[in-house]
Ligand binder design. Structure first.
Ligand SMILES: [Zn+2]
Length: 108
């Protein structure tokens, strides 16, 4: 269940207003739901990766869908293009997290 204390941006685009049951509107809701759970830099990188998809919404459309500003999305695009130089990878998994080690199946 969604946590009602976390605000999810409502897309104001014409498709979401006139056809909220359409696949496009569902897609926009999914984008905003995911964004509501991400940190600030992760939000702009996710939207930047969506903007990079030629079959997906443009950066201008994504600014409307997500409520992120166009300069913020463009910043994410350039950060992704240059390999996120200011943000080295950090391990965020708890120790011992992840998939359990596969048992070796040795039969006599
Ligand atoms: Zn929309």
């Amino acid at each position: 269940m969604a946590d009602p204390s976390v605000p999810v941006h409502q897309c104001p685009c014409s498709t979401c207003q006139t056809a909220p049951d359409s696949p496009t509107a569902a897609y926009h809701r999914q984008i905003n739901l995911l964004l509501s759970r991400l940190t600030e830099p992760q939000r702009r990188w996710y939207v930047a990766s969506l903007a990079a998809d030629p079959s997906g919404p443009s950066a201008t459309q994504l600014a409307v869908i997500t409520g992120l500003s166009l300069p913020t999305i463009r910043r994410g695009v350039s950060e992704l293009a240059t390999g996120l130089p200011d943000t080295p990878p950090t391990r965020q998994r708890a120790p011992g997290g992840g998939r359990p080690r596969a048992e070796k199946k040795i039969r006599p």
